[in-house]
Design a protein around this ligand. Structure first.
Ligand SMILES: [Ca+2]
Ligand SMILES: [Ca+2]
Ligand SMILES: [Ca+2]
Length: 644
């Protein structure tokens, strides 16, 4: 029986127990059935009490506000026999007002508790489907008027017929002064699609028009509709020429407004709707007893009716403003973790949990948040696009903890050697340019609105400065010759976001700290000492090293041996040497007490002896050969330049 209950609609339920079978009807239709056995029979005492709308925990338990039904209940009946499906259908259709032979709220004496009230209505009322509307009494142009309705989930209203039009006209008169003109009210129709065929904004159906004499007269230049104040009849008008008027919004209960920014444990506590007027303005009513209404020209108030207390106030820029969208409220009592007097952001919008709430209350798909394109009309989707939110007490000098207590965190690493600038056996150094990519998990922050690629999730220098990152030292650098050319930090998304938090004021996409890896890219150029052994020159082979050591003790952070890689993608034939091999190992350095994890990159270099012979020995040999040969030829026949 967990079917969605339509709010502001009457529902008819019937529970039927008959000869070991149970049947449940909703709106007169069979919804569930099955065998039913009664373990023991409870005798019903004559003149007993039936409690309605209260979860009592035990037979004849007490009354508790928190466990009470909120809403309207009517016509509770109990019969001593099983109703036929046809009888149930007739009752659900309001054709007949039923009276139960054992119990009926229409007959028995009712005692009211907890502020409940009684109202008498005709039984046909339960099946009536009235179109409701609420008039927003501020003069706005057509597009803004429609937005006013849309942002609370409603649409511009159109009366169904002449009678409804008269009702709307009559009601609009109380606001006429605010609507600034003789054409005072927008009507929710347009003939944009097909000239002179007026369709409703609500469902695109053709409307029954109520034209004033000599109207419509604007042809394709007038495709919107205004009501004429003196008689309530309609006149066509331009949709684009700026004409201010008030607007009636047709109530749509399918998607309630949501209040976000507090810490409600039940999502329905965030639901609000426009219920009527207070202080000549529509006001918002929360499902759980909060009310939000205009308290003075430039102030709105949030009021908790369950305890009779003002929760907070909002200063608005104009007397026509509503608290729809994101605004900073001032608390008049403590709420959640906020103290009295706190200024906190709250949002009212119809945005779903999978939508981002623009500052003006519009909704866009979450993927469009921080995607470098403007999607909210107020551009607010591209504001505050930071990726990280640090917890209170985050210390950037402290590395993250390993999940297993007492173990160091492991860093994955890739050293990419880009080029050798110099290999000098005379200076005994190698000069290399390289990058180091180090990856680890930083579970402490929360990550926001991550993109799918690493490049997209590049952290700003400011964000980078707030986080713990790897600092490297170079034990075998030559004469301090190391230069950090660039440093970048990225987030690599490895898991999906947390379920949407309906209390999040903007409905950002939030990731748990474990759902992304931190990727640090360092680009260096440096000269490293190397012991060249030239005993076998020119057939010598050299081993040079590049050592990268962490500056945090090994017990806390270390390089992973399995996840250490080295790459060199260029031509291994270097001037004077061939790179025969390149290896990476994880070592430790430091004294016994304080040890540091270190990457040791080894280059095996073999001298290119063929080239040495050609460039050094061979020319010498040739010179001698030429020298000897010339003894046997006439010098005058030789090209003189050869020997000079
Ligand atoms: Ca027209
Ligand atoms: Ca006209
Ligand atoms: Ca965007």
């Amino acid at each position: 029986m967990t079917n969605d209950i339509g709010l502001h609609e009457w529902s008819h339920y019937c529970h039927n127990f008959h000869h070991g079978e149970y049947r449940a009807y909703i709106h007169g239709e069979l919804a569930a059935s099955g065998p039913f056995s009664v373990p023991h029979k409870v005798p019903l005492p004559v003149k007993g009490i039936i409690t309605i709308g209260q979860e009592q925990d035990l037979l004849a338990g007490g009354y508790d506000t928190d466990q009470s039904f909120r809403g309207h209940i009517a016509q509770v009946n109990i019969w001593s026999r099983s109703l036929t499906p046809e009888e149930v259908r007739v009752q659900a259709g309001c054709a007949k007002s039923p009276i139960g032979n054992i119990f009926s709220t229409d007959r028995e004496a009712v005692e009211l508790l907890g502020g409940a009230t009684v109202e008498l209505v005709d039984h046909s009322y339960f099946c009536r489907k009235d179109v409701e509307y609420v008039i927003f009494p501020e003069a706005r142009y057509m597009a803004e008027s429609r937005l006013t309705c849309n942002r609370i989930g409603y649409e511009v209203y159109t009366p169904l017929n002449r009678a409804d039009n008269i009702v709307l006209h009559q009601e609009s008169l109380r606001f006429a002064e605010n609507c600034l003109s003789n054409y005072h009210l927008w009507i929710g129709v347009t003939d944009q699609e097909e000239e002179d065929v007026w369709r409703k904004f609500t469902d695109n159906s053709i409307a029954e028009t109520q034209f004033e004499l000599n109207e419509p007269n604007g042809g394709t230049g007038e495709n919107c509709m205004l009501m004429f104040l003196p008689n309530g009849l309609w006149v066509d008008t331009s949709c684009v020429i700026k004409w201010p008027a008030c607007v009636p919004c047709e109530v749509d209960r399918t998607s309630p407004l949501r209040l976000r920014g507090f810490c409600f444990s039940n999502e329905a506590e965030t639901f609000y709707e426009v219920l009527g007027y207070r202080g000549e303005k529509p006001y918002l009513h929360g499902y759980y007893g909060f009310m939000v209404y205009r308290s003075s020209n430039y102030t709105w108030e949030m009021f908790d009716t369950t305890v009779g207390e003002v929760v907070g106030i909002l200063d608005v820029p104009s007397k026509d403003s509503y608290p729809i969208g994101r605004h900073t409220w001032t608390l008049r009592r403590s709420m959640c973790n906020y103290l009295i007097g706190s200024r906190i952001p709250l949002s009212f919008s119809i945005c779903d949990n999978d939508e981002f709430t623009c500052a003006n209350g519009d909704c866009i798909p979450k993927e469009r948040r921080c995607n470098a394109k403007d999607d909210c009309s107020d551009l607010s989707d591209e504001e505050d696009c930071q990726f990280i939110v640090l917890p209170k007490g985050y210390r950037s000098e402290r590395p993250p903890d390993n999940e297993t207590e007492g173990l160091a965190i492991n860093l994955a690493s890739v050293v990419r050697v880009l080029r050798f600038m110099e290999i000098s056996d005379i200076r005994r150094v190698i000069n290399v340019e390289f990058t180091v990519e180090i990856t680890w998990n930083e579970p402490r922050p929360k990550y926001y609105n991550l993109g799918d690629t690493l490049e997209w999730n590049k952290l700003s220098e400011t964000d980078r400065g707030k986080l713990w990152t790897v600092k490297l030292q170079f034990p075998n650098v030559y004469d301090g010759n190391i230069k950090l050319l660039s440093e970048e930090l990225y987030l690599n998304k490895i898991a999906g976001p947390m379920p949407p938090d309906y209390n999040n004021v903007r409905m950002d996409t939030v990731y748990h700290g474990k759902s992304a890896m931190m990727v640090q890219r360092l680009h260096y150029s440096g000269i490293f000492a190397c012991t060249f052994d030239v005993f076998y020159y020119p057939f010598d082979s050299q081993h040079c090293f590049l050592q990268l050591q962490l500056s945090v003790r090994r017990e806390l952070v270390k390089f992973s041996e399995e996840k250490a890689q080295v790459e060199y993608l260029e031509d291994p034939k270097l001037p004077a040497y061939i790179l025969k091999g390149i290896f990476i190992t994880v070592l430790e350095s430091g004294s016994n007490e304080t040890r540091y994890s270190m990457l040791n990159v080894e280059f095996v270099l073999a001298r290119r002896w063929k080239m040495i012979v050609l460039t050094v020995y061979l020319p010498t040999a040739m010179l001698q050969l030429v020298g000897y040969t010339t003894l046997f030829v006439n010098v005058a026949l030789m090209d003189v330049s050869v020997l000079t």
